[in-house]
Write a protein that binds this ligand. Structure first.
Ligand code: SF4
Length: 342
C-alpha cells in the first residue's frame, strides 16, 4: 500500500472544506483524496493499488443527525449516509414499512462487513470486475481511461447485459441502491457550493465512453442523507437476490419490487434490477406494462420480457437474461402475495 495522509472531520462542512483544501494542493494533482467511512471497499482497493488517494478524509467522527441517524417523520424516511448497513437492516420501522430496504441490506456482504460498512459507501461501491481490481491487467478503461477493456473478450460471466457500452460492461455490484431506486429516493449532498439534492436515479452514470466517471457527484461532494417517501404501499415490497451461493456473494440477478395493488390489480408497480446492469436499473417500461393489469404469471412474464428489452450479452453472461427475467417474475409474484392491506 502506498503512503497516504489522514485527516479527520467532525462535521460534513469540515469534510467538504478539507476536501477543497486538499484538492487545491500539488500533492493531490494526480492522486486525489477519498472520504473514509467504513473503508470496506476503499482499503481493499488501496491494498490492490487500484485506488491511490494521497489523503483520506476520515468522516467517522461526524455525529450530526443528517449524517449519522435514521428518522421516520412526516411521511419521510431519512437515512444518514454514515449509518452502518447492519443498523439499518435491523431497524424495526424499516423492516415493517420498507422491507425492500431491509432485505437488500441483510442479503448483502457478510455480517462482519455489514457491521462496518456505511450506507453512503455501499451506494458508491465500485465494480467487482476482476480486470478492474487486478492491476496486472493492462486493459481497463475504468482504471486507465483509453486502455481498452479486458472483459470484452475475457471471462465476462459476472458482467452486465443492460446499460453497457463499447468501453465497459462492468456490473454495478450493490443491492441497497437497487432498493432506493425502486422507492424513488432522493439523495442530499454537501458540497463546495453548499447543499443540494437530486433524485437517487440521477446519482449513477452509465459507462458510455467515460467509464471512469461513475457518478454525477462533483469532486468534494459528500452524500449526507438518503430520503425516501413513506408511501403506504412501500410496505408491499421485496428484494429477491439470486447468486452463486447463499451468503457473502454478489447478485447474478436481483429485483426490487414495490407494488400498489387494488385487489389483484396493479395500481402502480416499481421494478428495479441489480446484478445485470452497469448502474442500479429501473425498468420503467415494464412497470407501465403492469399498470391496471391483473398481476399473474402471464403478466409478470410479459413485464419481465420488457425489462430486458435491449439487453446485450457477451460470451459468458447470456444466462443472465433468462435468469434476470425469472428473478423479476418470482419477485413480482412473491410481492403480490404479501398479505398487506394498502
Ligand atoms: Fe475495466 Fe469495465 Fe472492462 Fe471491467 S468491464 S475491464 S471495469 S473497462
Amino acid at each position: 500500500m502506498r503512503p497516504f495522509l489522514i485527516e479527520r472531520a467532525s462535521t460534513e462542512q469540515q469534510a467538504v472544506s478539507i476536501a477543497a483544501r486538499v484538492a487545491g494542493s500539488d500533492l493531490a494533482a494526480d492522486r486525489p483524496f477519498q472520504f473514509l467511512a467504513g473503508g470496506t471497499t476503499l482499503i481493499d482497493l488501496m491494498k490492490l493499488d487500484v485506488m491511490r488517494p494521497a489523503t483520506l478524509i476520515d468522516v467517522n467522527g461526524i455525529r450530526t443527525p443528517e449524517v449519522s441517524s435514521i428518522s421516520l417523520e412526516n411521511g419521510v424516511l431519512r437515512l444518514g449516509s454514515l449509518v452502518r448497513m447492519a443498523h439499518a437492516a435491523d431497524h424495526n420501522a424499516i423492516k415493517s414499512q420498507f422491507p425492500v430496504i431491509a432485505e437488500s441490506l441483510a442479503l448483502a456482504a457478510s455480517a462482519q462487513l455489514r457491521n462496518m460498512a456505511s450506507l453512503g459507501g455501499n451506494a458508491l461501491q465500485r465494480t467487482r470486475c476482476p480486470y478492474f481490481r487486478d492491476f496486472s491487467y493492462r486493459r481497463c478503461n475504468k482504471r486507465v481511461p483509453g486502455s481498452g477493456c479486458s472483459a470484452m473478450d475475457g471471462v465476462n460471466r459476472l458482467h452486465a447485459v443492460l446499460g453497457v457500452s463499447n468501453d465497459c460492461i462492468a456490473a454495478y455490484p450493490g443491492d441497497f441502491s437497487v432498493a432506493l431506486i425502486a422507492l424513488d429516493a432522493t439523495v442530499e449532498i454537501a458540497g463546495p457550493n453548499g447543499t443540494s439534492k437530486r433524485p437517487f436515479a440521477d446519482l449513477h452514470r452509465a459507462p458510455g465512453a467515460t467509464p471512469q466517471i461513475e457518478t454525477t457527484l462533483a469532486p468534494g461532494d459528500f452524500i449526507t442523507t438518503f430520503v425516501i417517501p413513506a408511501t403506504p404501499y412501500a410496505r408491499r415490497s421485496r428484494y429477491v437476490k439470486v447468486r452463486d451461493r447463499q451468503s457473502y456473494e454478489f447478485a447474478l440477478a436481483s429485483a426490487a419490487i414495490v407494488l400498489d395493488m387494488d385487489g389483484g390489480i396493479v395500481r402502480e408497480a416499481r421494478i428495479a434490477l441489480g446484478g445485470v446492469a452497469t448502474t442500479p436499473w429501473r425498468a420503467r417500461d415494464a412497470e407501465a406494462a403492469l399498470k391496471g393489469r391483473r398481476l399473474d404469471e402471464t403478466t409478470a412474464q410479459a413485464a419481465a420480457e420488457i425489462a430486458f428489452n435491449g439487453a446485450s450479452a457477451r460470451e459468458h453472461n447470456a444466462f443472465k437474461i433468462p435468469l434476470g427475467k425469472a428473478t423479476v417474475v418470482r419477485a413480482l409474484l412473491e410481492t403480490a402475495a404479501l398479505g398487506i392491506a394498502t
